[in-house]
Design a protein around this ligand. Structure first.
Ligand SMILES: [Zn+2]
Length: 113
């Protein structure tokens, strides 16, 4: 109890980051500041990381669906213009995914600090 005061860290009333309640992360010593999805109270770096990982998953899901569609329709003489549009969209999604991966890498570094 006294230790916190001596360290000059957050007061006792400040709850801690609850990231250890998710399967992918260990304990975190930072104070919980952001309510993630209305459930977990997490620190800012972990909130940023969780959001990025979720966005990556969403984009990955859409690439997966486009791949499936292309596999089913790509050789069946589907409308070329439409096919082209889907392929273009897929490329854009992959580009976005690369970007998000970079952001996730730096967010992970931030979390470890
Ligand atoms: Zn945290």
């Amino acid at each position: 109890m006294r230790r916190e005061e001596a360290d000059g860290t957050s007061p006792l009333s400040q709850p801690r980051c609850e990231i250890e309640k998710t399967p992918l992360e260990g304990e975190c010593q930072r104070p919980g500041e952001v309510r993630y999805k209305g459930i977990l109270l997490v620190c800012r770096p972990h909130a940023a990381l969780l959001e990025l990982e979720e966005r990556a998953e969403t984009v990955l899901g859409s690439v997966f669906r486009m791949d499936e569609w292309l596999e089913e329709n790509g050789s069946l003489g589907a409308d070329e213009e439409y096919l082209g549009r889907i392929r273009h969209e897929r490329e854009e999604a992959l580009g976005a995914l690369r970007l998000i991966r970079g952001q996730i890498r730096s967010a992970r570094k931030e979390v470890l600090q």
